[in-house]
Every structure is written in C-alpha cells, then in structure tokens.
Design a protein around this ligand. Sequence first.
Ligand SMILES: Cc1cc2nc3c(=O)[nH]c(=O)nc-3n(C[C@H](O)[C@H](O)[C@H](O)COP(=O)(O)OP(=O)(O)OC[C@H]3O[C@@H](n4cnc5c(N)ncnc54)[C@H](O)[C@@H]3O)c2cc1C
Length: 401
Amino acid sequence: MPLRILVTGASIAGNTAALWLGRHGHDVEVVERAPAFRDGGQNIDVRGVGREVLRRMGLEQAALDRGTGELGTAWVDDRGRVAARFVTDATTGDGPTAEMEILRGDLARLLRDAAEPVVRYRFGDRVAAVAEEADGARVRFASGRSASYDAVLVAEGVGSATRDLVFPGGNDPRWMDLTIAYFTIPRVADDDRYWRWYNAPGGRSVSLRPDRHGTARAMLSVRRPPGGEQNWPVERQKAWLRDLFADAGWQAPRVLAGMDDTPDFYLDVLRQVRMTRWSRGRVALIGDAAWCATPLAGIGTTLAVAGGFVAAGELARCGGDVGAGLAAFERAMRPMVEDGQGVPKIGPRLMNPDSRPGIRLLHAALNVAARPAVRGLAARLFSREPRAPDLSVYADPSRPA
Ligand SMILES: Cc1cc2nc3c(=O)[nH]c(=O)nc-3n(C[C@H](O)[C@H](O)[C@H](O)COP(=O)(O)OP(=O)(O)OC[C@H]3O[C@@H](n4cnc5c(N)ncnc54)[C@H](O)[C@@H]3O)c2cc1C
C-alpha cells in the first residue's frame, strides 16, 4: 500500500527522501517555506556513504559534472601571498576541498529535478500545527489548508520551526562560537580556482571560492559567542558585518561591496542540533533539523543525503508500520551522526586566531601540514571515517526484487 507522506523543506535531505520515496511508489508531497525553490549556497562536499547514495540514485556523475572546479585551499596574507596551500589531488581528493565539491544549490536542484516526476511540490507554505490521530498525522498549514499523512518528514534545516512545534524544548543546541555569512559576488580577473582563506585579527576571516557560474563565492566568518544574530533581519546582519569587517584588510572592501547587491545572502550562527530522539508518532526529523553537525564537521551534506535515503528506505520496507520504520531509521543513523558531531570546539579557535602572532603561527603550522611528508596525515585528519549505515539492506525500486 502506498503511504501518504509529507516532507517539509526542499533542500538536500528533503529532496533526497522525497525522490526515493516517490520512486518507491509512495504518494509524496514536499512543502517548502520559501516562495520558490532556493538556489543559493556555497561549496559543500559529499563523501563516502553520501556518494554511494547518489550513485544508487543514478546522480553521481551528474553531481561530479556540476563540480565547482576548485583545485584546493590556499591560506593567504593581507597582500594575497600564499602562506600554505593544499592541492586536492595531492590529498587524494579528501582534503579541505573534497573531490565531489558542488554548490549546495546545484545539488539541491539536481535532486529536485530528479524527484519532480514522482513528487508534488508546494512552495510558500509551512506547517502550523500537527495532531496525531488514529489513522494519521493531521497537519494544518499556515495557508489554512489541512491534510492527513501516514508519515511526516521534517527536513527544515538547523532552525526548523516544525521541530520546535513537535518537540518543544527537545533541542539542546551546542553553540560553536562561530558565525559565517555566505554570498555570491562578481568574479574578477585575478580570482583563481583555489579556496583562498584570509585570517584577520579578532577571530575574523574572509574567503573566496570559485564556482562554475562565472561568479565568486564569498564567506565572512567571525569567532565570538552567539548573540542571536541568526534571527536578525538580513539588513541588520549585513550592517553588522559591514562594521565588523571594515578594517579587516585583504579583499574585505570588495567582498563587503559585493554583499550589498548579492542575490543569495545566507548567515548561520553555528550550532549543533542535539536531540535525544528524532521521531514522535508519525513525525520524524531528518538532516540538519535532526542533527546539524555544522559546516565545521564537513559532513553535513553527506549526513543529509544518507539520512534522507535511509528514512525513505525504512519507510519503504516497514510494511505500513510507520513507527517501526522511523525507529529503524534512527537506529541506522545514530552512530554516523554521533561520529559526525564529534567536532572539537577548539577548531574555530585554532582556525580563527585573535592576534597577528596567532595568525603567523597558524600559517606556519599549515605550511608544515601541507608538505608531502605530512600531507597523508593531514588528509586523514580532514577526512574521518564515520560508522555509516549499511545501504545494501534497502531495495532499489528501479530493479526487480
Ligand atoms: C539557502 C541555503 C544556503 C546554504 N548555504 C550553505 C553553505 O554555503 N555552506 C554550508 O556548509 N551549508 C549551507 N547550507 C546548509 C546546508 O545545505 C545544510 O547544512 C546541509 O546540506 C543539510 O541540508 P538540509 O536539507 O538538512 O537542510 P537545509 O539545507 O538547511 O534546508 C532546509 C530547507 O527547509 C526549508 N525550510 C525551513 N523552514 C521551513 C518550514 N518551516 N517549512 C518548510 N520548509 C522550511 C528551507 O528554506 C530550506 O530549503 C545552506 C542552506 C540553505 C537553505
């Protein structure tokens, strides 16, 4: 019997789950809060089991074809001179720049386009209330519409409102004392194909990354305790960054000028989502809404892809017992999430020093780490092997059983 399934959030986790559930023949509706599909975002990478999911969906090559073409990472000083450089090939494709490096918007669109034939999308709406009833979860939307579903997958990202509605007080966030803003700016002739990372005193950094759209992806980050900045209106966030980075040096003036007209500003005060459980009744959290590990972990998109796939796989094989399927999903994903969230809080402090001597020390350490003799060790540090779920237990709907 096909299940009626609601997925909220049309990004990485939501589109992955919807695509796989739709291919299994379930009746899937995706509701996204934004008025239209969100294309924005920067370089994310998909590794290990995430790559395997894309392969099983027949999307791996398409994702590789849409790669950003980033060659590696270079730490630069205020005059743009390279202090340390990691080249992707030399670190077996798994350094700070991974081999499958794709823009978030490009990956989300790829998944959405693949899901569209088997899934219904609705934009500009969100969940206002959920009530558990004998034969389904009754959902009332902000638009006033109501419907019943056999299962609801909440894939709304780190700030999920439906999570806070269904699990009030359930999230015990771990703040990482780092705020990052991402946005697209015009490319200039001098931009190369490296991720250039510039540290400024005061725990600030400015970085620029290449893309395949003829633009450059800028990032401003600052290390400091959280102050609720994620909830400010965008104009206030931008004004705050303008003040903070006015004297930062290197390409800060260009990046700040580009920020004024950017089409896709996204700011995140980094925090991990910590939940003791991911489902209640017929409602389950997936992706960042359930377990955001933060970009510091370098595994968020891999977890979102794997989690969406496993949630869909368990619902497809639960024989109509949604509660059992969601419990199995949690058992399968917990170990990988625990490993993925194991980011030491010292990371932001080490990578964003306060003083000029601290920055010089960081550059010297990175320079040593980038040398061939220690590069293998550095690559192992950057790429951890989490305990991944066994994907072989999930049937492929495109193949006969
Ligand atoms: C526009 C954007 C840009 C990003 N840029 C970067 C980046 O540059 N670098 C990086 O490391 N990570 C970025 N991320 C986060 C990254 O995509 C995630 O950490 C990771 O891929 C996990 O994805 P997810 O699908 O679980 O959550 P997300 O990618 O955060 O997606 C959540 C989706 O749910 C939607 N949503 C939110 N609330 C509701 C609601 N109440 N009802 C319905 N829909 C809702 C959001 O609009 C979004 O489409 C970005 C996310 C977004 C949305």
